[in-house]
Ligand binder design. Structure first.
Ligand SMILES: Cc1cc2nc3c(=O)[nH]c(=O)nc-3n(C[C@H](O)[C@H](O)[C@H](O)COP(=O)(O)OP(=O)(O)OC[C@H]3O[C@@H](n4cnc5c(N)ncnc54)[C@H](O)[C@@H]3O)c2cc1C
Length: 472
């Protein structure tokens, strides 16, 4: 194992000298993560003002073999941004590098620094009459570096792709402190290995992203949304297929919501207007963005009529205003908050080939209910085959002391995913929470290649040690 050293007073003195004014005390928020599952340690927070200061910090860390965690908004859900033990790391915060460096509206490109908050980037794009389509419930806190570090997904992947699909170029600091000036605005650039896509999704283990050239899109002329009650997930998938045949690229999001999720909202006291008086077992939220001349409400009405005829839907509501569309989304986006209040035994962010999603929900549900007393709240980005398949204690029970059930639930879910060609992490990443799972379920050839890349770029293992791959 490569021995790493803590960020102690000697290291802090070197940092203060190299990047004056950038070293700050560690605050409790830096050591927590959204689900309260991991508590971190850190020797100092260092917030460089520009890429050359990031480089200076990394050079010192490389020389003294001190671990570094790149830190964005701290909203990651797999513990990638918190080291729990070992030598105290430098927490490298990007929160002073928040500039929108330039907008090239005619090229549909925006260049943002890694510390820019997603919502600010969305607003800057809107100000230029364009759309930056990455959208997720943490968009008020998550920063571009963290979003790219985790290759975030969110609600618009169906139409616009994951975070990695929205990037043309990157500027980054590699683990030896060298600066990669890859901030290109090219749509075609076949010049060898794709360093951009290596750093995106690497969760800070291969370097620090300092800026990105992001793709913008035309803003849809008209938007609309509907909620439709389906008898089961198989019908929801048939409805998706029907919707795609009719509306094609106009579908921005297609979300599955279970009755359990709606009941959790009530149970945990969220005073939210729900679309249906009695929570249906399953419904979908369909969001459209159409070009000029096309009417989203008319498209949704026609879809509903045909789907009703085909017994795919039994009830539904089409948003009559932007407020009602917003209300539909509030329900969807508050479910994770209600989940947190109920307290999961285990949360799974998984994906499957679309053709196997319904079978998985049935089989995993049956196996879990046979194995333990539980409730399942299955919801998520159905259009992407991405489910948040979360297991909760039964009413009146708690998730405390359920460690054996947690392990059993994980094994049941992951074994089934392996059999059904799914993924144990659809959009949240590996972080520290899923390292052992990746070792168990990952392809050995891929894992060996990942290890070789890590060793080549970061031989001392200073960059976010223990995330994605075990430190050795
Ligand atoms: C309420 C809520 C809803 C969410 N919904 C979704 C969702 O729908 N889809 C989804 O994909 N995720 C979702 N997330 C997860 C989370 O928002 C994403 O993982 C986000 O991309 C992390 O961004 P961040 O800036 O907070 O990064 P952090 O949490 O600070 O860091 C996350 C990881 O990225 C690395 N990193 C941070 N900055 C950099 C950088 N500059 N260079 C290289 N690596 C870096 C860190 O080291 C760490 O490994 C949600 C989270 C919450 C709390």
């Amino acid at each position: 194992m490569t021995t790493l050293n803590p960020c102690d007073d000697t290291v802090i003195a070197r940092l203060n000298n190299a990047v004056p004014g950038a070293v700050r005390p560690v605050e409790p928020r830096h050591l927590e993560e959204p689900r309260g599952l991991h508590n971190g340690i850190a020797g100092a927070v260092v917030a460089p003002a520009d890429v050359s200061e990031v480089s200076a910090v990394i050079r010192i860390a490389a020389e003294l073999r001190v671990p570094v965690i790149p830190y964005g908004g701290g909203t990651g859900l797999v513990g990638g941004q918190v080291i729990e033990d070992g030598p105290a790391p430098i927490l490298l915060s990007l929160d002073r590098m928040t500039a929108i460096r330039s907008i090239h509206a005619d090229e549909n490109v925006l260049i943002a620094e890694a510390g820019a908050i997603l919502q600010t980037v969305q607003e800057a794009a809107e100000g230029a009459g364009r759309l930056f389509p990455l959208s997720l419930a943490s968009e008020g806190s998550a920063r571009i570096g963290g979003l790219l570090g985790t290759n975030a997904g969110g609600v618009n992947v169906l139409r616009y792709g994951n975070a990695r699909d929205l990037v043309l170029g990157l500027e980054a600091v590699l683990p030896d402190g060298s600066i990669w000036h890859g901030l290109r605005r090219l749509r075609k650039d076949n010049t060898g290995y794709d360093l951009r896509n290596l750093l995106i999704g690497a969760e800070g283990t291969l370097g620090v992203i300092t800026a990105a050239a992001l793709r913008l899109f035309p803003r849809p002329a008209a938007t609309g949304a509907a909620v439709m009650v389906v008898p089961d997930p198989a019908a929801a998938l048939a409805l998706l297929s029907m919707a795609q045949a009719r509306i094609g690229e106009g579908i921005s999001a297609f979300e599955l919501i279970s009755g359990e999720g709606l009941r959790f909202l009530t149970e945990t006291g969220f005073d939210i207007r729900q679309p249906f008086e009695t929570p249906p077992d399953w419904h979908v939220l369909i969001d459209l963005g159409l070009p000029l001349g096309l009417d989203p409400s008319a498209a949704l009405e026609a879809l509903f009529a045909d789907a009703f005829e085909a017994d795919l839907v039994s009830d539904g509501l089409i948003a009559q205003s932007e407020q009602q569309r917003h209300d539909f989304w509030t329900v969807r986006e508050t479910i994770p908050l209600a989940n947190r209040k109920v307290g999961a035994i285990v949360s799974n962010d998984i994906s499957l080939p679309l053709g196997r999603v319904a079978e998985f929900i049935d089989r995993a549900g049956a196996e879990l209910h046979a194995a333990m007393s539980c409730r399942i709240n299955c919801f998520g980005h159905l259009g992407d085959g991405n489910l948040h398949f979360n297991v909760f204690p039964a009413p009146g029970e708690t998730n405390k002391g359920r460690e054996a059930d947690r392990k059993r639930a994980k094994t049941i879910t992951h074994d089934l995913l392996a059999e059904m060609e799914g993924s144990i992490s659809a959009e949240h990443g590996i972080g520290r929470a899923k390292v052992a799972d990746l070792e168990r379920y990952g392809d050995p050839v891929k894992l060996a290649a990942m290890r070789a890349i890590k060793d080549a770029l970061d031989p001392a293992g200073i960059m976010n040690p223990g995330a994605v791959l075990r430190h050795r």
